[in-house]
Design a protein around this ligand. Sequence first.
Ligand SMILES: *Cc1c(COP(=O)(O)O)cnc(C)c1O
Length: 331
Amino acid sequence: MKLSDISLKEIFQAKKRIKAMVRPTPMIPSQALYDVLGKKVILKLENLQETGSFKLRGAANALLSLSDKQRDKGVLAFSTGNHGRAVAWVARQLGIRCVICLSKRVPAYRVAAMEKFGAQVIQKGDSQDDAYEVALKLEKDEELTMISPFDDPFVIAGQGTIGLEIIHHMPDIDTLVVPVSGGGLAAGIAKVMKTIDPSIKVIGVSMECAPAMYHSIKAGKPVEIEEKDSLADALLGGIGLDNQYSYPMVEQYVDTIELVSEKETEQGIVFAWQHHGIMIEGAAAVTLSWLLKKKLTMMGNHIAGILSGGNMDTTLFYNILSKYVRPEKRL
Ligand SMILES: *Cc1c(COP(=O)(O)O)cnc(C)c1O
């Protein structure tokens, strides 16, 4: 496999390019996690990013880097939700046509959000791979430019801008905890950390039920896994058997990928609400879920945890909270 990589320079260029469209998100110290771990933990609140997730950064960098011809024809994304939402939002800001292809597994509230942003949504099949087939056909027939959710150097550089913000505010960081699905988020941020200081530990977290990157790293090459439903629905989907960028970068820069259960993911969501008053989605909660497992020997003393998004169905959120939020159940 060809080793593809991006440089810190490209991440810095992304920062300049997306500045007007992306907000620097707050970083808050978590007293509650300090009480549990005895270690300083700063949470990076990408749930407060425009469109509700960090995916906006990569989408903005990719769309702002298109040629005039590509802009004229329009863009295409296949996505479990947050990437589609981000591409749709950026496309609308730039006046570019946008088509989103989804599997039928994607929850209705996520589809509605993309349609609200003016994207044309096409739902087909039970897996992301089925949606991908449709997208490939449209790419050819209508000359739309496909924007990958993770395996694209511009997307990875965009996500990497989170790393620049973290280093700026927390120069003494020694451990990064980051959710992993296709690996674009982890690849971009880990690149920043390891370039600046290779001793910074990068811990990726995925959900137990369908961790595609975890199995790929173990196998030494991208592998397919069976799709399952998960509370961390934004972490679902494969990494692509022809993965060129995110897989080699995760392999090189992420020290370990850890797994958390569905129950632990629920507890992460409840913890964020009870102690920080924020609603995060399952894919973001895995960061807290892993920290709450208290694997103290794996972490240093200055930890940054990425809360990657907050797009959660409010009924589901309510149902989870009502299971835990009673005086005797406080975590
Ligand atoms: C996409 C997404 C992730 C995973 O990002 P990858 O780049 O695919 O690893 C994590 N959390 C949220 C909220 C997401 O939308």
